[in-house]
Design a protein around this ligand. Structure first.
Ligand code: 5GP
Ligand code: ZN
Length: 113
């Protein structure tokens, strides 16, 4: 997808600190971390937002949680962690390629800001 930073990371055209990759998903450190552990997990397929998920995307969306679990175990987040997917403008979605934030290594407040 042209002009998509995360598709460029998938293609290897923009560098990122990759912590996990397979044929369906890739995960890398957030460039502006909000916690000691802040990983971005994305499907390699370009899906802009949760609004754009279609029937044949259900497997990959579920798979992102499985990747999150695997990364959490490598980062020793046994005490817990937070997963966030921002969708659309009012949630502050900045990059229009679905991504899950995996945040850990500190205590989080609720409700989120
Ligand atoms: P959003 O607000 O869309 O849910 O989150 C986008 C996230 O992507 C932000 O936390 C931001 O710091 C991160 N980000 C934006 N551009 C880049 C980039 O080029 N590389 C990396 N590694 N993270 C990025
Ligand atoms: Zn993309």
């Amino acid at each position: 997808m042209p002009n998509c930073i995360f598709c460029e990371i998938v293609a290897g055209n923009i560098s990122a600190k990759i912590v996990y990759e397979d044929d369906k998903a890739i995960a890398f450190e957030d460039i502006n971390p909000q916690a000691p552990v802040h990983i971005i997990i994305i499907p390699k397929k370009h899906i802009a937002t949760i609004f754009d998920i279609e029937d044949n995307d259900l497997d990959i969306m579920g798979y992102l949680y499985f990747v999150a679990k695997k990364i959490a175990s490598t980062k020793f987040l046994d005490d817990g962690f937070r997963l966030v997917i921002n969708c659309g403008r009012s949630a502050g979605q900045e990059i229009q390629h679905i991504h899950m934030h995996l945040l850990g290594g500190r205590t989080f407040g609720w409700p989120p800001g």
